[in-house]
Design a protein around this ligand. Structure first.
Ligand code: SF4
Ligand code: MG
Length: 336
């Protein structure tokens, strides 16, 4: 089908005291309804900025945005705040890492879940209250009829996360953006929340953008994966392709830093050396070159000088040949 969300050549720059930060540099991707796109990268890779920009939550006075973001055929760049406000919570919704940024301490959980339902769908107070109770039930809160009247501080961290998911999904949004939604939770609750998101997607058919620095979480959630580095997409493909035969040295680094299930976590953890590139003064050439072990293998193009492009479809932005990408991964990187 046609993508529900289409991002084309997106650039996002902010002015800061130190200069202009080039947070997103020419990013393009599409996402269909019912599919989950996992966006992976370290902090500062541009993944959160991209999604705040999609939602229109960036600061318009300090941020310059160019390119195109189409939601269901409507252009969002340059759209009025009123229009964006009408789309947020209704057609597109967001789940944050910290539910306390989304939930107000002053209102009951039920009222906060009901609010977008009243605002966007014109439901009565009574209908919206019933809907909030139903949503709490759907996200697995016990005794929803009682708990709907609780305040956020009466909920545990895991329950607040569920309440925020209920609030995000109350209007059946077609696009759900989840930014590190389980990072702050313990492993058991994390697994429950991921299961819940999968079930809700089955039920509502939403497109989900799932942002994380954790490839393990992505492996369980995503249909497609986009790896970001220095404000650019450096690799994309189906989850299976990217996880089984990754083509970009940065993705190799992410994969080998990931602890394997049942393995000795400490023995296998091998963080990528070096730091993410400065977005104030991006390095010339390939943004990964200061940290890449493979640049000497490249002939013809120079990693230090020529920025590798990301071709369409299943691809990585790297000057290595297809043959090199295959053999280096198998011989040197792939965990035995
Ligand atoms: Fe490494 Fe060169 Fe590929 Fe960049 S283009 S990832 S520096 S080999
Ligand atoms: Mg972030």
């Amino acid at each position: 089908g046609d993508p529900y969300l289409t991002v084309d050549d997106l650039h996002v720059r902010f002015s800061t005291e130190d200069g202009v930060v080039q947070a997103v540099n020419g990013l393009s991707f599409g996402l269909e309804r019912g599919r989950t796109l996992g966006i992976v990268g370290e902090s500062g890779s541009g993944k959160s900025v991209t999604n705040l920009t999609v939602l229109g939550l960036h600061n318009p006075t300090t941020t310059e945005v160019t390119g195109s973001i189409e939601l269901d055929g409507q252009e969002l760049i340059g759209a009025s705040e009123k229009k964006l406000e009408g789309l947020r919570g209704h057609k597109m919704a967001m789940i944050f890492q910290d539910p306390l940024t989304a939930l107000s301490p002053y209102y009951t959980i039920g009222r906060q879940i009901a609010e977008p339902y009243r605002k966007h769908l014109g439901a009565s107070k009574k209908e919206a209250h019933a809907r909030a109770t139903e949503m709490l039930h759907k996200v697995g809160i016990p005794n929803p009829k009682l708990r709907v009247n609780d305040y956020p501080h009466q909920f545990s961290g895991g329950m607040r996360q569920r309440a925020m998911i209920a609030m995000a999904l109350v209007c059946n949004p077609d696009l759900l953006i989840a930014d590190e939604p389980t990072t702050a939770l313990d492993v058991t609750v994390q697994a429950q929340i991921l299961d819940l998101l999968r079930d809700l997607q089955q039920e509502f058919g939403s497109a989900i953008v799932f942002i994380t620095h954790d490839l393990g979480v992505i492996a369980n959630m995503a249909d497609d994966i986009m790896v970001m580095y220095g404000g650019r997409a450096v690799e994309r493909g189906t989850a299976r392709e990217v996880l089984r035969s990754p083509q970009h040295p940065y993705t190799w680094g992410l994969l080998s830093s990931m602890p394997r299930l049942g393995g000795d976590v400490n023995a296998q953890l091998r963080p990528i050396e070096g730091t993410p590139p400065s977005l104030l003064n991006p390095p010339p050439g390939c943004p990964f070159h200061p940290r890449c072990d493979f640049q000497d293998e490249v002939t013809g193009a120079s990693c230090v000088r020529d920025q590798p492009k990301l071709p369409d479809g299943r691809a990585a932005a790297c000057h290595l040949t297809a043959e090199q990408k295959r053999t280096f991964f198998i011989e040197q990187i792939k965990p035995r």
